[in-house]
Design a protein around this ligand. Structure first.
Ligand code: HEM
Ligand code: HEM
Length: 199
């Protein structure tokens, strides 16, 4: 960093290796699942396998959100209204947030992405498009109405994922260009410039 570092700002290890591997594995597996669902072979075996990998990643994230290091814990970054509005008050300032973890607006998007992915994999398990080939592995447990609903949800939520990922990337570009803060490098190295007076 060549520019002046403000007083009280230090470089700290924020994202642990587990969270970082989770994130980049999720990018690859969600990207692949989406591509295979939309453009892959008619027989969706590979789509199922990559989908199971997404399930495993989400289970890991759930456990990590409960017992992982502080910046990864859900309770630590839950966007309570007071935190959210106080953060929103200063969001237009053209300076880095130096937030020691997910800021409250980012936290909203984290919960939205994880929630939408949970519905996506859940609905995939029960989906049955009536083609006798790509039957979700748990589809036999529910009625035909249930499998139809699951198929519909699976299709709608695949579009929602696209939307959320687009917003996610737009937010990262906003931080980089408008607020002069690079959030991507910390997600790679774990190290982030932070200020501890946010909480
Ligand atoms: C399929 C695409 C993607 C998905 C589903 C996704 C999902 C997520 C999730 C769930 C988090 C929260 C991490 C946590 O669990 O605590 C996150 C954070 C983050 N993601 Fe992604 N991501 C995607 C693509 C990308 C890409 C392509 C980049 C980089 C160019 C990126 C950069 C980041 C950064 C920098 C953060 C941390 C934000 C912060 O500082 O609060 N993501 N992403
Ligand atoms: C993040 C993970 C996933 C994404 C992004 C995703 C995405 C998609 C997409 C885009 C389609 C095509 C939908 C359409 O145009 O009709 C599809 C179909 C399908 N997926 Fe997934 N999927 C995921 C996970 C899973 C999982 C875990 C399973 C179950 C093991 C699954 C089972 C199915 C089935 C059975 C279909 C055909 C159903 C139908 O067309 O109604 N998916 N998926």
């Amino acid at each position: 960093m060549t520019e002046q570092i403000p007083k009280g700002v230090t470089r700290e290890k924020i994202w642990d290796i587990g969270l970082r591997l989770f994130h980049w594995a999720l990018v690859i597996c969600v990207g692949l699942s989406w591509y295979l669902g939309e453009f892959g072979p008619d027989v969706m075996t590979l789509h199922f396998y990559v989908g199971y990998a997404v399930i495993a990643l989400l289970v890991f994230r759930l456990v990590w959100g409960l017992v992982g290091p502080a910046p990864a814990r859900f309770a630590h970054f839950f966007p309570w209204p007071r935190k959210l509005f106080s953060y929103l008050g200063g969001i237009k300032k053209r300076e880095p947030s130096y937030y020691p973890g997910h800021n409250p607006v980012g936290a909203l998007s984290v919960f939205a992405i994880l929630g939408v992915l949970a519905v996506q994999v859940g609905s995939g398990l029960f989906a049955d498009p009536d083609d006798y080939i790509n039957v979700g592995p748990l589809a036999h447990l529910v009625s035909s109405e249930g499998t139809r609903l699951a198929s519909q949800l699976h299709e709608i939520f695949s579009k929602l994922i696209l939307l959320l990922v687009a917003v996610h990337l737009a937010a990262i570009v906003f931080y980089k260009i408008y607020k002069h803060e690079d959030l991507v490098r910390p997600m790679i190295t774990g190290w982030k410039w932070v200020r501890r007076d946010h909480d």
